[in-house]
Design a protein. Structure first.
Length: 101
């Protein structure tokens, strides 16, 4: 069995027990312990939940806080119309909600 030199062992122990860095890195997926906030506070507009309405002709309308309105066809998740205020993520959100119907 090979022995570790004392100097290398001292360096290893110093690196493993550094009291100057008490900050711990959270693994991905571990909750932060902070309360969840809504999309406008977090800077994540893609988390926005649209207002949904079924139109008289069966079309599905999705309205977002910024004024974006997306109308999808009745039977398929296909965009019929969308207002000028819409971003790509608005279309993605509307299509995602429509796919669940």
């Amino acid at each position: 069995m090979k022995t570790i030199p004392i100097f290398a062992l001292a360096l290893l122990l110093a690196a493993c027990s550094d009291p100057a860095s008490p900050e711990r890195v959270r693994p991905a997926g571990e909750p932060s312990g902070e309360p969840a906030s809504d999309a406008s506070d977090s800077g994540r507009p893609m988390d926005e939940v649209p207002e949904q309405q079924t139109l008289a002709d069966g079309g599905r309308e999705y309205r977002f806080d910024n004024g974006c309105v997306i109308v999808l066809e009745p039977a398929r998740a296909v965009v019929r119309t969308e207002s000028a205020d819409c971003q790509l993520y608005h279309r993605d959100i509307a299509l995602l909600y429509a796919s669940g119907d």
